[in-house]
Design a protein around this ligand. Structure first.
Ligand code: IPE
Ligand code: IPE
Ligand code: MG
Length: 248
């Protein structure tokens, strides 16, 4: 912690407020070592612990981790089952640490599609950490950006029907702000920085609305090999970028 604070190259007063990470490459990491994919996911979970700890140490306000997409449900049942098992064990083992480190856990996605055991572990951990006001840790699980937008639009339509948005139901009341407020990330700043590991230069249905002006960083490092030093060097790179938001 001390060494981080005195690192002259990072300005800890100008950190991004929200970092989102597409944690990709567990399968390739395993393949390279002639291990099975599930062993890669297990090692990936260790990286999650390291990165959450680092983000907590540097006092990052929001960290969002993409753990499982709506499309990932189409993977072989054996892999999906193993991932679900891993999520619940991970949450149970981390709950105490999250609570004690003032980290609040939040889930983004179609939680009701998850097995009961995982839903319970998620709800237990969210409940145990709900009073925490340090870092907000979002886990995107069974998450898809398009389905998130569809859900928001449906909820808005329902409210319009009930006259809750605008008694006149004027289309003018549908604003960017209104849609933003109906996403899973309601009330949160958009990600300033989006990191994807394992070299793939695509978004894979992650936070489609929220990343409109995020800075993107793709590293070839596979998620199980990603570490604190690389995260810090990406933060340095971020601080040297000029964000223009379309202006001059
Ligand atoms: C990311 O690693 C984890 C999940 C999507 C659940 P992958 O499992 O996608 O690993 P690769 O891309 O096959 O290497
Ligand atoms: C994106 O990785 C989803 C997560 C990291 C959870 P994928 O491995 O599913 O993405 P594609 O299939 O390479 O686009
Ligand atoms: Mg992948």
């Amino acid at each position: 912690m001390i060494s981080l604070l005195i690192d002259p190259e990072i300005d800890f007063t100008r950190l991004p407020r929200h970092v989102a990470i597409i944690m990709d490459g567990n399968g390739r990491w395993a393949k390279k070592r002639l291990l099975n994919r599930v062993q890669g996911h297990g090692k990936g979970a260790d990286t999650v612990r390291t990165i959450v700890r680092t983000c907590h140490e540097i006092k990052l306000p929001i960290l969002t981790l993409y753990a499982f997409s709506t499309e990932n449900w189409c993977r072989p049942k054996k892999e999906v089952d193993a991932l679900m098992m891993l999520f619940s064990t991970f949450l149970k083992s981390e709950q105490g640490k999250l609570k004690n480190n003032n980290i609040r856990l939040n889930a983004l996605g179609q939680i009701d599609r998850l097995p009961q055991k995982v839903q319970k572990a998620l709800h237990d951990t969210m409940d145990a950490t709900k009073e925490n006001n340090g870092m907000l840790l979002n886990i995107a699980v069974s998450y898809g950006g398009r389905s998130e937008i569809v859900r928001a639009v449906k909820n808005i339509a329902l409210k319009v029907k009930k006259g809750l948005i605008d008694p006149e139901s004027s289309p003018e009341s549908i604003t960017e702000q209104l849609i933003t407020e109906h996403l899973y990330t309601s009330g949160m700043d958009d990600p300033d920085l989006l990191i994807r590991t394992s070299g793939e230069k695509r978004i894979s249905n992650f936070l489609l609305w929220q990343i409109a002006y995020s800075e993107i960083f793709v590293t070839d490092t596979l998620w199980p090999d990603f570490n604190k030093d690389e995260l810090l060097s990406i933060l340095k790179n971020y601080q040297n970028r000029e964000r223009r938001f379309g202006k001059l």
